[in-house]
Write a protein that binds this ligand. Structure first.
Ligand SMILES: Nc1nc2c(ncn2[C@@H]2O[C@H](COP(=O)(O)OP(=O)(O)OP(=O)(O)O)[C@@H](O)[C@H]2O)c(=O)[nH]1
Length: 532
């Protein structure tokens, strides 16, 4: 009997011990302590000697280009090898498109700045400052940004082009009337600022019939300067993410390495991620994964915590997404890339930078300046084209942007280029008329060739508003990739997470500066490494 009591007591004590041990273990799972495991790898507190704290964005590879899919032409045939011989095809002659505009009554014109009153005096042609003269050695002729080039001047300059089509003024076949559904607005009913006659009066472009603005080509002029190899370029981008590094990387590592992680700490981690613009969904997902990983693993040191954080962030950025830019030609024609976005996000700059990469890759590029509202925008693109060695098709101010885009693709097909990149006018996503017009640009181009890539250019510094923009653009033109610019100027690099989470569209490229080579392919691992 005594023995039975003793056994019962022993069992009770063992059960009690087991319960206490279980409780302690559970508590530990929620409360994570980190300690230093070596003299060389201390918790991140700002004084720790780490291998690379510069936030250098070092992509492991160069840009990735692919061939567009879907209804694309010639998909079964591999892309043509890069053309290296000067192009001699004589472009067809054309009847230029009319200067009709397609906007809806009461809506600003394409490229309108929301802050500029509709009835204000139209801006004339102006010089456009281009970045990165240090990496671009060509002298750009003074007249290149002032007005549409005369055929003679273009011809003279084109003789020095050793790379691509030297043709001068190009007349493009008349665009089928059915492609342009919107009726030409009655000049009498237009606001003063929209009348073609007034536009002609405010510019210094050569006088041409008002009703027949020509689409002209600015041929690439002088021999093209050397383009920095990708590896060198990425090296120069070191430290450009330092602001986001501080806001996300250092803060997170500081919190994770501070010691016990109680509920308050997790709330702080959440706040940090939200402040860095990751958005609610991404923040919750990251925190959840972190909690799970830290609880189940044997994470006890700051370095282990860093590794876990890196893994979680990389996974959240979905490294499985295809980030190649669909800019490789089809058997029957060039790839077509449409660049869209609101005003001032960096569309033209990105178009120029990407054209530069493609040319360096041995591709022949034709630029389409479908911003027909601001002459300066087309001038800016033209200068980029001249510097990187890409021809350009541009229209008169007030020309239908869809018409110019169509003509650019037609010219690209005729002259056998590898890729046509169409830079569209900045437009506010809130303006229905302008968004309709953008939809039309894409539809019209698709009558000539499939659009392989629609790149939405988002300014990372605008934060959450970029998401709103992205949603609207995605609806109208079915964007296939995002270019996040100005990441060098913001601490909110977390927007990358948010954009992808919300849209499911991959961020393909990032802009990290104003220089011609400050464009990098987006790679989750390299990006996260730059942050941590
Ligand atoms: N810091 C920084 N500046 C950039 C970047 N990309 C573009 N910019 C600058 O942003 C400004 C606007 O660039 P644009 O290319 O003219 O923008 P856009 O979208 O074509 O403008 P609109 O045609 O007027 O809508 C220029 O001063 C560019 O140099 C970037 O990645 N980083």
């Amino acid at each position: 009997m005594d023995t039975q009591i003793i056994i019962a007591i022993v069992i009770a004590v063992l059960v009690l011990i087991a319960l206490v041990a279980g409780g302690v273990a559970l508590t530990r799972r929620r409360r994570i302590s980190l300690s230093d495991d070596s003299g060389a790898q201390r918790p991140v507190d700002g004084t720790t000697p780490q291998v690379d704290k510069s936030g250098g964005y070092k992509a492991g590879s160069g840009f990735s280009f692919s061939q567009g899919g879907g209804s694309g032409v010639g998909l079964a045939v591999p892309p043509e090898p890069p053309s290296t011989t000067p192009q001699t095809t004589e472009p067809p002659t054309t009847q230029p498109p009319t200067g009709e505009r397609t906007e809806v009554d009461g809506q600003p014109g394409v490229g309108d700045d929301a802050s500029v009153p509709r009835d204000s005096v139209r801006r004339g042609i102006q010089n456009v400052d281009l970045p990165a003269d240090d990496v671009l050695t060509d002298d750009v002729p003074d007249d290149t940004v002032s007005e549409v080039e005369s055929p003679d001047a273009t011809a003279a300059r084109s003789t020095s082009d050793t790379r691509s089509a030297p043709d001068t003024t190009v007349e493009v076949p008349e665009t089928p009337a059915e492609l342009f559904e919107a009726p030409a607005p009655d000049a009498d009913t237009l606001p003063d600022t929209e009348r073609p006659a007034e536009t002609a009066a405010t510019t210094t472009a050569p006088v041409e019939p008002e009703t027949a603005p020509a689409v002209e080509e600015a041929a690439a002029p002088a021999p093209i300067d050397e383009i920095a190899p990708t590896a060198g370029r990425l090296g120069r981008l070191r430290g450009r993410l330092s602001r986001s590094q501080g806001a996300i990387g250092k803060s997170m590592l500081g919190l994770l390495g501070a010691g016990d992680l109680d509920e308050e700490s997790w709330e702080e981690i959440e706040d940090t991620l939200l402040m860095a613009d990751l958005g609610t969904a991404s923040t919750m997902a990251v925190v959840e994964r972190l909690r799970t990983e830290l609880a189940t693993g044997s994470v006890r040191t700051a370095d282990q915590a860093r590794a876990v954080l890196r893994h979680v962030l990389v996974q959240q950025l979905r490294p499985d997404l295809d980030r190649s830019v669909r800019a490789l030609p089809h058997a029957e024609g060039p790839a077509v890339v449409l660049v869209v976005g609101v005003n001032g996000t960096g569309k033209t700059t990105t178009t120029g930078k990407l054209a530069r990469v493609l040319v360096a890759d041995g591709r022949r590029v034709l630029l389409g300046a479908a911003d027909t509202f601001r002459a300066a925008a087309a001038d800016q693109l033209q200068t980029w084209g001249e510097r990187v060695g890409a021809d350009i098709v541009r229209g008169k101010e007030q020309a239908d942007p869809a018409s110019v885009a169509f003509d650019a693709v037609a010219k690209g097909i005729d002259t056998g280029v590898d890729v046509v990149m169409i830079d569209t006018a900045g437009r506010l996503h809130t303006k229905t008329g302008l968004m309709d017009e953008l939809g039309k640009v894409k539809r019209v181009v698709e009558k000539k060739a499939p659009v392989d890539e629609v790149l939405l250019v988002l300014d990372a510094t605008v934060g959450q508003n970029g998401l709103t923009q992205a949603r609207v653009f995605a609806e109208v033109v079915d964007i296939s990739g995002v270019v996040l610019t100005k990441l060098d100027g913001t601490a909110k690099g977390g927007i990358v997470f948010h954009v992808q989470e919300e849209l499911g569209v991959p961020v393909k490229l990032v802009g990290l500066g104003e220089g011609a080579d400050d464009l990098a392919p987006f790679e989750p691992e390299a990006f996260v490494d730059a942050l941590l």
